[in-house]
Design a protein around this ligand. Structure first.
Ligand SMILES: NC(=O)c1ccc[n+]([C@@H]2O[C@H](COP(=O)([O-])OP(=O)(O)OC[C@H]3O[C@@H](n4cnc5c(N)ncnc54)[C@H](OP(=O)(O)O)[C@@H]3O)[C@@H](O)[C@H]2O)c1
Length: 424
């Protein structure tokens, strides 16, 4: 029986899971692909940390031992970050090795050039694990939605922030306290910046948009805001109105364009995404024919992510058997046209502070009238001579929101503390 030799770059959380799954699931892979898999060589930074597997694989600190090994047909990039992962993938592809990666940062920022390089060298480049860890979403979009027109893809694609937001909502904790707990439990990294500022979710939305709409949008092209400014007060007020606040990544066809955003968003309690708690992820894909579909699961973790890596490895292996490597993971391509801000309309949650004196609310009402917008819910709390006002508006466009922010900014007595959109 022919064995497919694999070279692995990185043996951390995901790499260890992949090694374990390849060893434990040999029969199933053989049944599906007709080949056995063997991890031959593993690149690590600190070989002394990995002596427990030294009798199973060749450990190396020299990438050339993998890249130049003619027996190795598949290279797994599980190091993370942009450099040297990008250079390693480039050399591997140029040496005609098929590549599987879990690296969202790299695929979101340099995906198109790596995809072209893979195509030029008749190699596969697959990255199922780069979005939502264990949820098999990318292959599902390419295969099961291949004929439907996707109108929207949205979801909770970062487990760290979802854990923090769940605790803020369920325990009444402050953001700082919930972050500290998340770090203690291993749900947040020591430096959580990429997660809490929304950047990690934004990388995933870049990749999801590409699969759903064929468009290559850059993270710089859309609004990305995190959860670091969210207050326990806003979470409580949202709850009183019947909403839970989630970090939602959204990519939606509006008119001729595509609207993409990552932001804290009010989700109605009866919406399926409101029930996704703690470190779990969920992606909702809406197709013109099929309507709403929801994919739920673990967005991170060694074995869940390894399962997605293994699904790529089996696809590459099937292609090796059939000699059909070199087709793009997703070959749907369209030009990216940003949605017109006059057509992007949502209801908004506005959190305002102002001196608790007569006439202040009248001013806010007049500003709303001036931009031709109205509100459906309002609440006011007084504390130390200040009024804290929370409003849920009727639908207004991004353009109207911008006008309102300007009017409020011009009034020295009213502070707009937060503006979060409300999910439809
Ligand atoms: N963790 C998850 O749940 C998850 C989920 C989805 C996607 N991903 C993605 O999967 C990838 C790997 O993540 P991870 O959590 O497994 O990372 P990790 O635990 O930090 O492991 C990284 C591994 O790469 C090795 N490494 C790092 N820099 C290296 C270098 N310059 N040369 C050689 N080896 C190097 C490290 O070696 P040493 O062990 O010797 O230090 C380590 O084994 C990332 O792209 C990440 O975004 C992770």
């Amino acid at each position: 029986m022919e064995t497919i030799q694999i070279g692995m770059l990185g043996l951390g959380t995901v790499g260890s899971g992949v090694l374990q799954m390849i060893q434990n699931n040999e029969d199933k892979v053989l049944n599906v692909t007709g080949r056995t898999l063997n991890v031959k060589t593993v690149l690590v930074k600190h070989p002394d940390h990995h002596q427990n597997v030294a009798d199973q694989v060749d450990l190396t600190t020299d990438v050339a031992e993998i890249i130049n090994d003619p027996e190795i047909q598949i290279v797994l990039e599980l190091i993370g970050g942009i450099h040297p992962a990008k250079e390693y993938i480039e050399v591997a592809l140029k040496q005609h090795k098929n590549v599987v990666t879990a690296n969202k940062d790299l695929i979101a920022t340099h995906g198109p050039e790596l995809v072209k390089l893979a195509h030029d060298n008749h190699c596969d480049l697959m990255y199922e694990a780069s979005v939502a860890g264990g949820i098999p979403i990318l292959r599902t979009i390419t295969s099961s939605f291949s004929a439907d027109k996707i109108t929207e893809v949205k979801g909770i694609v970062n487990g760290t922030t979802n854990y923090i937001l769940t605790q803020m909502s369920q325990q009444g904790w402050s953001y700082d306290h919930a972050l500290k707990k998340a770090q203690e439990l291993g749900f947040a990294e020591a430096d959580p910046t990429n997660d809490v500022m929304g950047k990690d979710a934004a990388y995933k939305m870049v990749i999801l948009s590409q699969f759903a709409f064929g468009t290559h949008v850059n993270v710089e092209d859309f609004v990305v805001s995190g959860i670091d400014h969210l207050t326990a007060f806003d979470v409580q007020q949202a709850s009183k109105f019947g909403y839970v606040i989630k970090l939602i990544g959204i990519a939606r066809v509006i008119g001729e364009g595509v609207f993409v955003e990552v932001a804290s968003t009010l989700v109605p309690n009866d919406h399926p995404l409101a029930t996704i708690n703690n470190e779990y992820n969920a992606v909702m894909v809406t197709g013109q024919a099929v309507g709403d579909t929801l994919f739920y699961g673990r967005g991170a973790g060694g074995l869940p992510t390894a399962n997605s890596v293994l699904s790529d490895i089996t696809s590459v292996t099937k292609n090796l058997v059939l000699k059909t490597n070199g087709n793009q993971f997703n070959n749907y391509q369209r030009q990216y046209i940003p949605a017109d801000p006059q057509q992007v309309a949502y209801r908004y949650f506005l959190s305002l502070t102002m001196p608790d004196v007569t006439g202040q609310m009248l001013k806010v009402t007049q500003m709303m009238t001036q931009i031709d917008a109205g509100f459906s819910q309002i609440t006011q709390l007084e504390e130390d001579g200040m009024a804290h006002v929370v409003i849920i508006t009727h639908q207004m466009t991004q353009e109207q929101l911008g006008q309102l922010q300007k009017l409020l900014g011009d009034d020295a007595t009213i502070n707009l503390e937060a503006a979060y959109k409300v999910l439809k």
